[in-house]
Design a protein around this ligand. Structure first.
Ligand SMILES: Cc1cc2nc3c(=O)[nH]c(=O)nc-3n(C[C@H](O)[C@H](O)[C@H](O)COP(=O)(O)OP(=O)(O)OC[C@H]3O[C@@H](n4cnc5c(N)ncnc54)[C@H](O)[C@@H]3O)c2cc1C
Length: 304
């Protein structure tokens, strides 16, 4: 009987883990809390230039290819299923369900860092796509200066929405191509500017900004906070990782420092996690991974 692995997250890392699990003759199931696969790829609108072999591919096309690949390998993906922790041999879900599991690959990716100023707790996280789809879109402020901030601001400004980028640093942290796009988009940029408070008002939001010792107040319809991403791990997941590290393997962006977060590292992490798992002594005497990273006699050819 094939051994099972539960994979949390249908982003690039979780998908790669599923592909490798199938290749090594295991039975993967992916649990994804959203209703689509691809994770952060859903926010990537520029062509991806650094994926070896697929230069210039668009994220939506990559997602389609990954979906087709998973489908051809008959990997089940259960959408709308949020896994909240692992406890004594069970993967636990937000709706109270539990699944017996000896091996979990945890690939939850990242979540936005919150702005730590008075009033920020009232800002609702909104995607640019949702904003553009809304009927009433007024002037917007994007807080941050990295790739996500600059990409979001460019998309809004390109649609004719008055957009202000507020960034603490002297220079943007975004990639040059994105900086050029921002400039071309017509968005306004305030550097060396620090948001000190936000407050709801009739027009939307009042933002207090400090710039070289001076204070300014700016009114916008919408605020987008894009000040970095942190691993999407709840306290409960942290505890599960501490107590069940033999059974739960954290991979992908959530396991890496910012400089090493990427598609290729996410894909590689999926492979490494599965090979590590397959190499463990098998309580049911299943074949172990061989020197080429393939499982037992004959099985490797199945997926070649
Ligand atoms: C705007 C932008 C542009 C980028 N451009 C590039 C680029 O050009 N080149 C490049 O290499 N990389 C790029 N990246 C980075 C790349 O997208 C990420 O490195 C990659 O997606 C990380 O994959 P992951 O699977 O670790 O996490 P994610 O892609 O974040 O996927 C995690 C998935 O897990 C799900 N999940 C989280 N918690 C749970 C839970 N408890 N239960 C169930 N499901 C859960 C999430 O919903 C999500 O679908 C870009 C990212 C962004 C945002």
């Amino acid at each position: 009987m094939r051994r099972k692995v539960e994979i949390v997250g249908a982003g690039p890392a979780g998908i790669a883990a599923a592909i490798w699990a199938r290749r090594l003759n295991w039975e993967p199931t992916i649990y994804e809390r959203r209703l689509v696969l691809g994770g952060q790829l859903a926010h990537v609108s520029l062509p991806i230039t650094d994926l070896p072999g697929l230069p210039g591919i668009y994220a939506h096309e990559l997602c389609q290819r990954l979906a087709v690949q998973l489908d051809s390998l008959h990997v089940p993906i259960l959408y709308g299923r949020e896994a909240i922790g692992y406890d004594r041999g069970y993967l636990i879900f937000a709706d109270g369900r539990r699944v017996a599991s000896a091996e979990v690959v945890l690939a939850p990716g990242l979540r936005p860092r919150q702005l730590a100023v008075p009033g920020a707790e009232l800002i609702e996280e909104v995607s640019v796509s949702d904003l553009l789809a809304a009927r009433e879109v007024g002037p917007a402020a994007v807080i941050g200066g990295g790739d996500r901030a600059v990409e979001a601001a460019s998309r809004l400004a390109e649609e004719g929405i008055g957009t202000l980028v507020i960034h603490r640093g002297r220079r943007l942290d975004a990639r040059p191509a994105l900086e050029e796009r921002l400039t071309a988009s017509g968005a306004q940029l305030w550097t060396e500017s620090r948001v000190t408070a936000v407050e709801p008002c009739a027009a939307g939001w009042q933002i207090t900004v400090e710039w070289r010792g001076r204070r300014a107040v700016h009114i916008v319809h919408q605020i987008l906070v894009r000040i970095g991403m942190i691993p999407d791990l709840s306290t409960r997941w942290q505890a599960s990782l501490d107590s069940a590290s033999d059974h739960v393997n954290l991979i992908g962006d959530a396991a890496r420092t910012p400089a090493y977060r990427s598609l290729v590292t996410a894909f590689a992490d999926g492979m490494t996690a599965v090979k590590t798992m397959v190499s463990k002594p098998n309580p049911e005497n299943n074949p172990a991974v061989d020197a080429d990273g393939m499982v037992g006699p004959g099985s490797s050819s199945t997926f070649r």
